[in-house]
Design a protein around this ligand. Structure first.
Ligand code: AHR
Length: 632
């Protein structure tokens, strides 16, 4: 039987049990007409997952002049591989050297260096036969770049100017002792019937690795301000320091510890660092990031705007924590005022803290918490169009982006060498609870995936200043990567749409990927009374010269084209992986015990044209796309 996204002739649904369906092309096709098989190519048209009202697909891409033709799917196929018919694909857009298809990366994305090379359902990613005009031997291009179509949107990616490695810590999470994040979430106890390692769910350990989670902050959040680590190194009924360190080590994420901020806890915090960084039973443990207090303006001490008192507290900690333990130095994070106090044009907590004679020389990072915050007014499912566009606008241009810009302006003034980093350790869409059973539990939808993609694109564009970011929070709390089901005894696990964005973006922070300056000229969209860019972009290049381009189209109804030009790198590229996340509705989500509605799917080959260093991509409505190009 067929599997996720497979085409052999074509798979009718995203289920292992679904039947193969071999279709023939309709006699006439117009863009927007309904079609049934994702990726099917007929004439110049491709059946893309546009999801017309009612959850249907639509013909799109060069359909204006199309009148049907040979099916792009091998109608005679009845077994064997699930790759597309290269001759049909090649014939559909004229950009493919069909002789190259068999010998190209066409079948290799499942093990691609790009990482994340499997689809949401675990099936190998379909990579097109579109080779960027390379001949089989990788010689001269057989295509003409000028024939790649123009678009109303353009993206220039300057690979040659890439300098700043993207820290994996930008793809971090907060895991607080809160709600069912830990107890009732990842921690089920050693005696649980749910497969676990020292009480921590194996499926979540595997999921953290799959999503490339690069940092985990613990034990809070506000919970950190009252957490006595000494009583909790290895408790029998929850995750203490031992469990946390083992978990972080197992998933390959940087641990971020948060200590109690008041001076009377300075010695205990020092002891905590010694326990971790000089532990004879665990010589491999190492904590680098340590934050002194959480939200000290509020739950961490009610200091309000009283930065002087925080500086006194910090100075009690500094001599103890600034001394390396067992050769391991700390990256110390200082608390700041609330995000609303950050203003380059006023004197405020941050400007005071950075002024000469204050803390600037003693901190490596500053705490930043910035939520899209509607816990009492925006439902997490069933939100309206205005609410959708408001969240999306805030995810970059309307809130998250300008605030990082303001932070940069202030930091640049006092620290032009960029030594002090932004630690945006709490961010995400904070909406109404899903139901009355748990005030912290939110469902996670296509909107949250798009919002996360926009914010992550913005963070990586600031990789020279943003060192760590923590999506709040990883499991069952606010904007989560995973949900567990307490009514089934917690056995069921959902990977949320945002989980798939993290997974999709893995190439952006592996292989020593560096942010590649990219200039997007985007059409605008108006929603909720605001006019802003309909597209978002991010780009990196890794040590193998692969170029990763993440794109998002926030338009709820229309697909959008973008023409991309890569400069400063290779003279030709081939598509190594092309993947998309979208869903039938703006609030589609993955539910317990049901096939996934939202995950990573292959972007059908006819959704893009690639020749040399030029690429044209059609982005379906409300979608996030990741393209990885191999240099040739
Ligand atoms: O993430 C939930 C809470 O939000 C955290 O405990 C706190 O730091 C923030 O206010």
């Amino acid at each position: 039987m067929c599997r996720y996204g497979a085409t052999q002739c074509a798979c009718q649904a995203q289920q292992v049990s679904a039947a193969w369906v071999c279709e023939i092309c309709p006699a006439t096709i117009a863009a927007g007409d309904e079609c049934s098989v994702t990726g099917m190519v007929c004439g110049g048209c491709t059946c893309l997952p546009a999801w017309l009202p009612g959850g249907k697909r639509a013909w799109t891409f060069n359909c204006d002049s199309a009148t049907g033709g040979t099916s792009g799917l091998d109608a005679s196929a009845s077994g064997g591989s699930n790759s597309s018919s290269s001759s049909a694909r090649g014939g559909s857009n004229g950009f493919v050297d069909t002789t190259a298809a068999g010998g190209s990366k066409a079948a290799s994305a499942g093990s691609s260096k790009a990482g994340g090379g499997t689809s949401g359902g675990g099936a190998a990613t379909t990579v097109s036969a579109n080779t960027g005009g390379r001949s089989a031997a990788g010689g001269a291009p057989t295509c003409d770049e000028s024939t790649v179509g123009t678009s109303p949107n353009t993206l220039g990616v300057n690979v040659g100017s890439a300098q700043h490695p993207v820290p994996k810590e930008i793809f971090g999470v907060l895991m607080e002792i809160l709600g069912k994040d830990i107890n009732g979430g990842i921690y089920v106890g050693k005696d649980s019937s749910i497969p676990n390692t020292n009480g921590i769910r194996n499926d979540i350990i595997a999921g953290f690795k799959e999503a490339g989670v690069g940092a985990i902050e613990w034990p809070g959040g506000c919970a950190a301000n009252g957490y006595d680590w000494e009583k909790n190194t290895n408790p029998s009924n929850t995750m203490g320091t031992d469990g946390f360190m083992e978990f972080a080590r197992a998933v390959g994420a940087e641990p971020v510890l948060v200590g109690r901020p008041k001076p009377e806890f300075a010695a205990s915090n020092k002891k905590w660092i010694e326990y971790v960084n000089n532990n004879p039973s665990h010589p491999d443990w190492a904590v680098k990031y340590f934050k002194i207090g959480n939200e000290v303006w509020g739950c961490g001490g009610d200091l309000g705007t009283n930065v002087a008192t925080y500086e006194d507290w910090y100075n009690e900690h500094y001599p103890l924590l600034n001394t390396p333990v067992n050769g391991k130095s700390l990256f110390l994070v200082g608390a700041t005022g609330g995000i609303w106090t950050v203003n380059p044009n006023t004197s405020n907590w941050l400007t005071t803290m950075l002024s000469p004679g204050h803390l600037a020389d003693k901190i490596q990072g500053i705490e930043v918490h910035d939520y899209i915050y509607y816990p009492d007014s925006y439902p997490c499912v069933g939100f309206n169009e205005n609410q959708y566009y408001d969240v999306i606008w805030r995810a970059d241009e309307g809130q998250m982006g300008p605030r990082v810009k303001d932070l940069r302006t202030i930091l640049d003034k006092y620290d032009s060498e960029k030594r002090i980093k932004i630690i945006e350790d709490e961010w995400g869409d904070w909406l109404e609870a899903w139901n009355a059973s748990d005030g912290w539990l939110q469902q996670n939808t296509v909107m949250d995936a798009l919002s996360a993609a926009l914010t992550l694109n913005m963070f990586i564009a600031n990789a020279d200043r943003v060192q760590m970011a923590g999506l709040a929070q990883a499991v069952n709390v606010i904007h989560s990567l995973f949900l567990t089901n307490s009514s089934s005894g917690g056995k069921d696990l959902v990977k949320t749409p945002t989980f798939y964005v993290f997974k999709l973006f893995v190439p952006h922070h592996t292989g020593n990927a560096k942010w590649a300056p990219n200039t997007l000229s985007s059409e605008k969209i108006t929603g909720n009374g605001k006019t802003f860019s309909v597209l978002s972009s991010g780009a990196t290049v890794n040590d193998d010269k692969q170029v990763n381009i993440s794109l998002a189209n926030v338009d709820l109804t229309k697909s959008r084209d973008v023409t991309v030009t890569v400069t400063g790198g290779a003279t030709r590229y081939a598509m190594a992986a092309a993947q998309v996340i979208t869903g039938p509705a703006k609030d589609s989500y993955n539910d317990f015990g049901k096939p996934e509605t939202v995950n990573i799917q292959p972007l059908p080959a006819a959704g893009y044209q690639l020749c040399g260093t030029k690429l044209k991509v059609t982005l379906p409505p409300k979608s996030v796309v990741m393209l990885t190009l191999d240099a040739s």
